[in-house]
Design a protein around this ligand. Structure first.
Ligand code: RIB
Ligand code: CA
Length: 312
């Protein structure tokens, strides 16, 4: 069983990642940090509260993360991919809301659960803040699983930059430079984690769990958006879900140990760089980049977890 703190900005694939984490018997969600990203922080918080309500898991605290990138610029949101409110066509009922827990509570949760894993599937501003505001986490956090960057493939917001790293490149640069025990799931791997409406139908035929019932509408919106972006694509990439799936099943992918740099300015802003030359050496610190994914194993795991009862 892995104990995790999940940093997210839901967002459709973040929302499905939250469902996956709550349902997976191998994962115990200690807290979810809500931040700006695909939508603003307030909307992200309402979406997390709605998902926790559907799961009957209001015991999981929602921690208030950051509102904007460290540049101070107004964030760009992506309603054309995630919907106006981040859940495709779904608007969470107004009567469902949860109080935000103070960011400082994260230090207590980390201290009380030594050896936990931190998973960040959004912009890295909140995660970088954890370092900037507080203590050295290296003793207490076992590993950081991060969705971000792109190697050997184009970016998804600029020719070379991926959305999470582009959203706050200064924060991503800091995280990659200062943190240890990093496992990075970049676009070259997450783009392959395609889920189709046929897969969704298979899941829905196997479960009547209230949390999963919104999957149909949410995934239809997300897949339609991707079909406009990438002609010929059969479904949509579950960037954030596959990051969690790799955390639970690390051998489902192949990694290479390399330092990662993130460009913070210029036309390459948000671009991730690592040295893959034959003459290059493994990173001195434990910094790992996923380069390959066993797609069939991911698909099997996704369908199994999403159609499960959620009993731990
Ligand atoms: O580039 C993919 C990432 O950006 C995912 O985390 C997705 O939620 C989007 O915001
Ligand atoms: Ca995300």
């Amino acid at each position: 069983m892995k104990k995790i703190i999940l940093f997210a900005d839901p967002g459709i694939d973040d929302s499905v990642a939250i469902m996956y984490a709550l349902l997976n018997p191998e994962i115990e969600v200690l807290a979810i940090v809500s931040s700006y990203g695909n939508v603003d922080k307030e909307q992200a918080t309402d979406n997390i509260a709605y998902l926790l309500h559907l799961a009957g898991r209001e015991d999981v605290p929602i921690i208030g993360g950051t509102n904007a990138p460290s540049s101070g610029e107004t964030p760009t949101y992506y309603p054309e991919i995630h919907g106006e409110d981040g859940l495709g066509p779904i608007r969470p009922p107004e009567e469902i809301s949860m109080e935000l827990t103070n960011f400082s509570e994260l230090y207590t949760i980390i201290r009380d659960n030594k050896g936990l894993t931190i998973v960040d599937v959004g912009r890295n501003t909140s995660l970088a803040s954890l370092f900037l505001l507080g203590e050295d986490l290296t003793e207490d956090v076992k590993e950081f699983y991060i969705m971000g960057g792109a190697f050997f493939v184009p970016g998804n917001v600029t020719p070379s930059a991926e959305a999470n790293f582009y959203g706050d490149p200064t924060a991503s640069h800091l995280v990659m430079k200062e943190f240890n025990d990093i496992y990075l799931a970049p676009l070259n791997v997450t783009n392959k984690a395609i889920i189709t409406m046929e897969h969704v139908q298979t899941i829905l035929e196997m479960t009547d769990h209230p949390l999963v019932q919104i999957l149909d509408d949410v995934m239809k919106y997300y897949i339609d958006a991707y079909k406009k972006l990438v002609p010929g694509i059969s479904g949509a990439p579950m960037h954030d879900v596959v990051t969690l799936s790799l955390m639970v099943n690390p051998s489902m992918g192949k990694t290479i140990r390399r330092d990662v740099d993130v460009l913070t300015a210029g036309s390459g802003m948000g671009t991730s760089i690592a040295d893959f030359r034959v003459s290059s050496k493994p990173a001195e610190k434990n910094s790992n980049i996923y380069l390959e994914l066993d797609y069939e194993a991911f698909l099997k795991d996704f369908i199994k977890v999403m159609s499960s009862s959620g009993e731990k």
